[in-house]
Design a protein around this ligand. Structure first.
Ligand SMILES: Nc1ncnc2c1ncn2[C@@H]1O[C@H](COP(=O)(O)OP(=O)(O)OP(=O)(O)O)[C@@H](O)[C@H]1O
Ligand SMILES: [Mg+2]
Length: 198
């Protein structure tokens, strides 16, 4: 996995040495910069899934965006595994059921809103109730939610680099103070150096 870019308006920084690199992490509370990664295979998504899973807490919302076949379900499966969802609970795309519930370190609610046409469908299906439950909601096709999208969330967008290739550009955008802080932890866990502009 190759880090592409991270724009930061850092206020302070911390550094620590690892055996392989100097990791520099911005400590700015106003940092809302996206993190952009390049994954050249599905295997390269796994460390990202593990880093995200590690910081997940009750009531968290993860939005997985991207076109057909971008890799949203693939990433959801890796997140579920990293959250301790057992192999006995196969994580498939809930295109028809709209939501599948799995048991892991936290309850894991996997939604696929592809078939819904808009906000009304989301409300009628009772999906908003899941955001109040003390689990983690992972949502494919979040654009269907329109203005109902929760304010606090981490948005992960997968973009195939070419039509048929394996490489995905993965963009993580934090919304809300807590996700801004946690995105720094994710970057740090991945061993990414954050560029801090004075
Ligand atoms: N780097 C990669 N990251 C993710 N998936 C990849 C990658 N390279 C190849 N793939 C393949 O692309 C396919 C993605 O399918 P997946 O069902 O995860 O997409 P999706 O975004 O959920 O599609 P849909 O919009 O139909 O729900 C899988 O077969 C996966 O193995
Ligand atoms: Mg899918």
């Amino acid at each position: 996995m190759v880090r592409l870019a991270r724009r930061d308006q850092g206020v302070g920084t911390s550094r620590r040495m690892t055996s392989t690199a100097t990791i520099e992490t911005t400590m700015s509370y106003s940092d809302t910069a996206p993190l952009t990664l390049r994954c050249s295979s599905t295997d390269e998504l796994r460390p990202l899934a593990e880093a995200v899973a590690e910081v997940l807490a009750p009531n968290d919302v993860l939005l997985l965006a991207g076109g057909l076949g971008a890799g949203k379900t693939t990433l959801a499966q890796m997140l579920a595994k990293a959250m301790g969802v057992g192999d006995d609970q196969y994580v498939s795309s809930p295109t028809f059921a709209l939501v599948h519930e799995h048991r892991g370190r936290l309850p894991f609610y996997h939604m696929d809103l592809y078939r819904l046409t808009g906000e009304e469908g989301v409300e009628l299906a009772g999906l908003l109730d899941y955001f109040d439950l003390p689990g983690v909601c992972v949502v494919e096709w979040p654009d269907r939610m329109g203005s109902l999208i929760p304010a606090e969330r981490l948005e992960i967008t997968l973009i195939p680099e070419t039509d048929a290739g394996l490489t995905r550009i993965v963009v993580l955008v934090p919304h809300g103070h807590s996700w801004c802080l946690r995105l720094n932890r994710i970057a740090s866990r991945l061993g990414l150096t954050t560029i801090v502009h004075p």
